[in-house]
Design a protein. Structure first.
Length: 182
Protein backbone atom coordinates (compact mmCIF):
# COMPACT_ATOMS: atom_id res chain seq x y z
CA UNK A 1 0.00 0.00 0.00
CA UNK A 2 1.52 3.36 -1.00
CA UNK A 3 2.33 5.76 1.81
CA UNK A 4 0.50 9.07 1.74
CA UNK A 5 1.39 11.81 4.23
CA UNK A 6 -0.98 14.61 5.23
CA UNK A 7 -0.43 17.93 6.96
CA UNK A 8 -2.94 20.68 7.66
CA UNK A 9 -2.42 22.15 4.18
CA UNK A 10 -0.54 19.57 2.17
CA UNK A 11 -0.57 16.08 0.75
CA UNK A 12 2.58 14.08 0.01
CA UNK A 13 1.81 11.20 -2.30
CA UNK A 14 3.51 8.77 -4.62
CA UNK A 15 3.94 9.59 -8.29
CA UNK A 16 1.49 9.13 -11.13
CA UNK A 17 2.29 9.25 -14.85
CA UNK A 18 0.59 12.66 -14.99
CA UNK A 19 3.24 14.16 -12.67
CA UNK A 20 6.06 13.81 -15.21
CA UNK A 21 5.05 16.85 -17.27
CA UNK A 22 4.93 19.13 -14.22
CA UNK A 23 8.21 17.69 -12.93
CA UNK A 24 9.87 18.31 -16.30
CA UNK A 25 8.58 21.89 -16.36
CA UNK A 26 9.86 22.55 -12.83
CA UNK A 27 13.21 20.92 -13.64
CA UNK A 28 13.70 23.23 -16.65
CA UNK A 29 13.42 26.36 -14.50
CA UNK A 30 16.91 27.89 -13.97
CA UNK A 31 15.86 29.45 -10.64
CA UNK A 32 14.63 26.10 -9.25
CA UNK A 33 17.77 24.33 -10.45
CA UNK A 34 20.27 27.08 -9.55
CA UNK A 35 21.95 25.08 -6.77
CA UNK A 36 21.41 21.62 -8.23
CA UNK A 37 23.86 19.82 -10.50
CA UNK A 38 23.85 19.78 -13.50
CA UNK A 39 21.33 22.66 -13.61
CA UNK A 40 18.15 22.77 -15.71
CA UNK A 41 17.21 19.35 -17.08
CA UNK A 42 16.12 18.30 -20.53
CA UNK A 43 12.95 16.23 -20.77
CA UNK A 44 15.04 13.06 -21.11
CA UNK A 45 17.08 13.95 -18.01
CA UNK A 46 13.92 14.80 -16.10
CA UNK A 47 12.31 11.47 -17.03
CA UNK A 48 15.48 9.62 -16.00
CA UNK A 49 15.40 11.43 -12.62
CA UNK A 50 11.72 10.48 -12.19
CA UNK A 51 12.62 6.86 -12.99
CA UNK A 52 15.34 6.91 -10.29
CA UNK A 53 12.91 8.39 -7.76
CA UNK A 54 10.31 5.72 -8.49
CA UNK A 55 12.96 2.97 -8.36
CA UNK A 56 14.03 4.27 -4.93
CA UNK A 57 10.42 3.89 -3.73
CA UNK A 58 10.34 0.32 -5.06
CA UNK A 59 13.65 -0.56 -3.39
CA UNK A 60 13.28 1.27 -0.07
CA UNK A 61 9.55 1.85 0.44
CA UNK A 62 10.10 5.61 0.72
CA UNK A 63 11.45 8.40 -1.44
CA UNK A 64 10.59 11.81 -2.79
CA UNK A 65 6.83 12.21 -2.71
CA UNK A 66 4.91 14.57 -4.95
CA UNK A 67 3.85 17.63 -2.99
CA UNK A 68 0.21 18.43 -3.67
CA UNK A 69 -1.61 21.48 -2.32
CA UNK A 70 -5.29 20.51 -2.32
CA UNK A 71 -7.55 23.06 -4.04
CA UNK A 72 -4.41 24.80 -5.41
CA UNK A 73 -2.32 22.38 -7.47
CA UNK A 74 -1.78 18.66 -7.87
CA UNK A 75 1.98 19.23 -8.29
CA UNK A 76 3.88 21.87 -6.32
CA UNK A 77 7.16 19.97 -6.25
CA UNK A 78 8.87 17.09 -4.45
CA UNK A 79 9.62 16.50 -0.80
CA UNK A 80 10.87 13.37 0.84
CA UNK A 81 13.54 11.04 2.07
CA UNK A 82 16.28 9.29 0.13
CA UNK A 83 19.45 7.31 0.56
CA UNK A 84 22.24 9.24 -1.18
CA UNK A 85 23.83 7.54 -4.19
CA UNK A 86 27.40 8.32 -3.08
CA UNK A 87 29.83 7.42 -0.33
CA UNK A 88 31.02 10.02 2.17
CA UNK A 89 32.18 9.99 5.77
CA UNK A 90 28.55 10.43 6.97
CA UNK A 91 27.03 7.68 4.78
CA UNK A 92 25.13 5.43 4.88
CA UNK A 93 22.36 7.80 5.85
CA UNK A 94 18.93 9.05 4.88
CA UNK A 95 18.52 12.63 3.73
CA UNK A 96 15.48 14.85 3.62
CA UNK A 97 15.13 17.06 0.58
CA UNK A 98 12.76 19.28 -1.35
CA UNK A 99 12.37 20.93 -4.72
CA UNK A 100 9.40 23.24 -5.18
CA UNK A 101 8.17 25.00 -8.27
CA UNK A 102 9.01 28.69 -8.01
CA UNK A 103 5.38 29.78 -7.72
CA UNK A 104 5.14 27.96 -4.38
CA UNK A 105 8.22 29.40 -2.66
CA UNK A 106 7.98 31.51 0.48
CA UNK A 107 4.79 30.02 1.91
CA UNK A 108 6.28 27.52 4.38
CA UNK A 109 5.39 24.49 2.26
CA UNK A 110 8.93 23.08 2.23
CA UNK A 111 9.21 23.19 6.02
CA UNK A 112 5.72 21.77 6.57
CA UNK A 113 6.18 18.94 4.08
CA UNK A 114 9.76 18.12 5.13
CA UNK A 115 8.67 17.99 8.78
CA UNK A 116 6.01 15.43 7.82
CA UNK A 117 8.57 13.39 5.86
CA UNK A 118 11.02 13.49 8.78
CA UNK A 119 8.31 12.47 11.25
CA UNK A 120 7.52 9.51 9.00
CA UNK A 121 11.22 8.64 8.89
CA UNK A 122 11.65 8.77 12.64
CA UNK A 123 8.35 7.22 13.75
CA UNK A 124 7.49 4.75 10.99
CA UNK A 125 10.85 3.87 9.48
CA UNK A 126 12.72 3.91 12.80
CA UNK A 127 15.51 6.20 11.61
CA UNK A 128 17.87 7.47 14.29
CA UNK A 129 19.12 10.44 12.27
CA UNK A 130 18.19 12.36 9.13
CA UNK A 131 20.56 14.66 7.27
CA UNK A 132 20.13 17.45 4.74
CA UNK A 133 22.72 19.00 2.46
CA UNK A 134 23.13 21.92 0.11
CA UNK A 135 25.71 24.34 -1.22
CA UNK A 136 26.76 27.34 0.90
CA UNK A 137 24.96 29.82 -1.35
CA UNK A 138 21.54 28.20 -1.01
CA UNK A 139 20.41 30.30 1.94
CA UNK A 140 16.71 29.46 1.41
CA UNK A 141 17.47 25.77 2.00
CA UNK A 142 19.61 26.62 5.02
CA UNK A 143 16.58 28.38 6.50
CA UNK A 144 14.37 25.36 5.86
CA UNK A 145 16.90 23.09 7.58
CA UNK A 146 17.15 25.40 10.57
CA UNK A 147 13.35 25.73 10.79
CA UNK A 148 13.22 21.92 10.89
CA UNK A 149 15.43 22.00 13.99
CA UNK A 150 18.43 20.61 12.11
CA UNK A 151 21.92 21.59 13.24
CA UNK A 152 25.10 22.23 11.30
CA UNK A 153 28.63 21.53 12.44
CA UNK A 154 31.08 23.10 9.94
CA UNK A 155 33.38 20.09 10.50
CA UNK A 156 30.74 18.01 8.65
CA UNK A 157 30.92 20.13 5.48
CA UNK A 158 32.19 18.10 2.53
CA UNK A 159 33.13 18.02 -1.13
CA UNK A 160 30.32 16.27 -3.04
CA UNK A 161 31.96 13.21 -4.61
CA UNK A 162 29.60 13.14 -7.61
CA UNK A 163 30.73 16.59 -8.76
CA UNK A 164 34.04 17.22 -10.50
CA UNK A 165 36.96 18.89 -8.72
CA UNK A 166 36.71 22.66 -9.00
CA UNK A 167 32.97 22.68 -9.78
CA UNK A 168 31.32 25.70 -8.07
CA UNK A 169 28.62 23.46 -6.50
CA UNK A 170 31.02 20.81 -5.17
CA UNK A 171 31.36 22.20 -1.63
CA UNK A 172 28.35 21.24 0.54
CA UNK A 173 27.16 21.97 4.04
CA UNK A 174 25.57 19.18 6.06
CA UNK A 175 22.79 19.52 8.62
CA UNK A 176 21.66 16.74 10.97
CA UNK A 177 18.73 15.95 13.22
CA UNK A 178 18.55 13.03 15.59
CA UNK A 179 15.34 11.31 16.63
CA UNK A 180 13.96 12.71 19.87
CA UNK A 181 13.66 10.16 22.65
CA UNK A 182 10.60 10.18 24.87
Amino acid sequence: MPTVLHTDRLLLREWTAADRDAFAEMSRDPAVMEYLYPGPLSREESDAAADRIQAHFQLRGFGFWVLEIPSVTSFAGLVGLAVPRFDARFTPCVEVGWRLARGHWGRGYAVEAAAAAMSHGFHHLGLEEIVAMTVPGNVRSWRVMENLGMKRDPRDDFEHPMLPEGHPLRHHVLYRKKRMRK
